[in-house]
Structure formats: structure tokens, C-alpha cells
Write a protein that binds this ligand. Structure first.
Ligand code: MN
Length: 258
């Protein structure tokens, strides 16, 4: 029998640590910029309604405006044309938001080469060391990129050729989407694909293959370095925006410290 009361006690006494993998949401939270011919996502904006003043003497509250894909967020299958007709963010079953984490650490490689792409051999090497990727689990691509998260320019890391940020090769995306039972792939960067992925032989392979396989994406994760290689549990909590393609998302990891 599941012992949920024991889990609750372990959270209180700290033997299970609760780690926030979410970036703070504010006007300078980095967002994806597309080439100018495409529609653009909005930055996060707060509009004050009242703050204990004439407009509302006892209460403080705001309206906000933002893109669905702002900050730490969840990509639903219908985000991509390959997943057209699959679940919108409100339709994703909540039991598919929670799962064991597997962490692949390529921080050193990304420090050498910001365009580093995880390849199929990296995943197979990880599996031969750590066992198969967990069924119904989240694969977390640890790159150290979140250390740039408070500096939009460094986070974007663009030059004349466009952004230089890490991702996965088409072969790796195909393997993960077709040969594994993971729920999805979580990254520290602005999107689930590499900065240069528009120009890959197969453009945007992570978006295209994960969404098409009814899997999910999590982006702009923080604190991936505080997770063990295996054994953490991740809870992703996007808002149920009816018909939405994604949502800013609180991502929480539970880690055994006993
Ligand atoms: Mn997205």
C-alpha cells in the first residue's frame, strides 16, 4: 500500500527535499525570439488592479499577460503540427504530469561547445551505466545553462547566425520518442530544441518528434544540478488552459535526503 502519510512526514522533516525547478516569472524572464516574419510570443507583464488603495482598499491583485511558452513552461502535444489533434494542455491526463526523473549531465560538454547536441550514443552510454530510461519518467537534460537565466542576452547567446544553445540531434529525438516510454524531455534552455535547430536536416527535431509521439516538453528548468542521476520524482503543474498549446508551469522535484 502506498504510504502517503509517510511521504508527507518526510517532506516536513526534510528527509524528502522539495526542489523548485521553476524560474521566476517577471518582465525580464527570457522568451524565445523567432525570425521577424513569424508571430512573436509576449513577455510576461503585470498590470496592477489595486494595492490597498482607492481602487481596492483591503486587497492587492494584478492582471497578467504572457505567452503560453514563457519562462519555465510545459509544451503540450498540440503545440507542434506533428501533434495537431492530440491533447491540448487542459487535456493532458494529470497522472502523466508526475514521474521519475533521469538526469543526463552534459554541463562540461556544453561549457566547451554551446551548440552541443545530445546524441543517441550519449543516451545509450547513460543507459548502459544507469539502466533503461524510466517508463513514465522525465528525462532531464542538465547543461548548466540555467546559470545564465537572469541575463536574457547570455541566455539567448545569439550572433549573426542565430542563437547558440544546446539541444538534441534528430537521431536522439527519434530514439527517445520512438524507443523509450518517457513522458517527455526537460531542458534548462528557452525551448526543447537547440538554438540552431531551425537549420537542422530535420528542423526542430525535439518539438516535432516528441509532440508527434504524444510526449511533452519542459523548459527553462532550474536546479537540475540538485537532482540525483536517478531517483527523484518530478511534478509538473501547467495551467489547464482550454485549447492551449502549453502553459507556464511550476516544476517541483522530490529528492530523498534520508
Ligand atoms: Mn514551448
Amino acid at each position: 500500500m502506498a504510504d502517503l502519510m509517510a511521504l508527507a512526514e518526510e517532506i516536513v522533516d526534510g528527509s524528502v527535499e522539495v526542489i523548485d525547478m521553476t524560474a521566476p516569472l517577471h518582465a525580464n524572464t527570457p522568451i524565445l525570439g523567432l525570425p521577424p516574419e513569424f508571430g512573436q510570443t509576449a513577455s510576461f507583464e503585470l498590470e496592477e488592479i489595486s494595492k490597498y488603495d482607492d481602487r481596492g482598499p483591503m486587497w492587492y491583485w494584478n492582471n497578467f499577460r504572457t505567452g503560453e511558452h514563457t519562462g519555465t513552461h510545459f509544451d503540450a502535444p498540440n503545440h507542434w503540427v506533428s501533434g495537431k489533434g492530440l491533447d491540448d494542455v487542459s487535456q493532458v491526463p494529470v497522472r502523466r504530469l508526475i514521474g521519475p526523473a533521469a538526469v543526463i549531465d552534459k554541463t562540461a560538454e556544453v561549457q566547451e561547445n554551446p551548440d552541443f547536441c545530445l546524441d543517441i550514443d550519449d543516451i545509450k552510454a547513460w543507459e548502459s551505466e544507469n539502466g533503461p530510461l524510466p517508463a513514465h519518467g522525465w528525462l532531464i537534460f542538465r547543461t548548466g545553462w540555467s546559470s545564465r537565466g537572469d541575463d536574457p542576452e547570455a541566455f539567448d547567446n545569439a550572433d549573426d547566425e542565430g542563437p547558440h544553445t544546446p539541444g538534441a540531434t534528430p537521431a536522439a529525438a527519434k530514439y527517445l520518442s520512438e524507443e523509450t516510454d518517457i513522458l517527455g524531455w526537460g531542458v534548462e534552455t528557452v525551448g526543447t530544441d537547440a538554438g540552431g535547430a531551425m537549420n537542422f536536416d530535420q528542423p526542430f527535431p525535439c518539438h516535432s518528434m516528441f509532440m508527434g509521439a504524444n510526449k511533452y516538453g519542459l523548459t527553462q528548468l532550474r536546479n537540475a544540478d540538485r537532482l540525483p542521476t536517478r531517483g527523484a520524482v518530478i511534478i509538473a503543474a501547467p495551467l489547464p488552459i482550454v485549447t492551449g498549446s502549453g502553459s507556464p508551469c511550476r516544476v517541483i522535484a522530490l529528492v530523498d535526503r534520508s
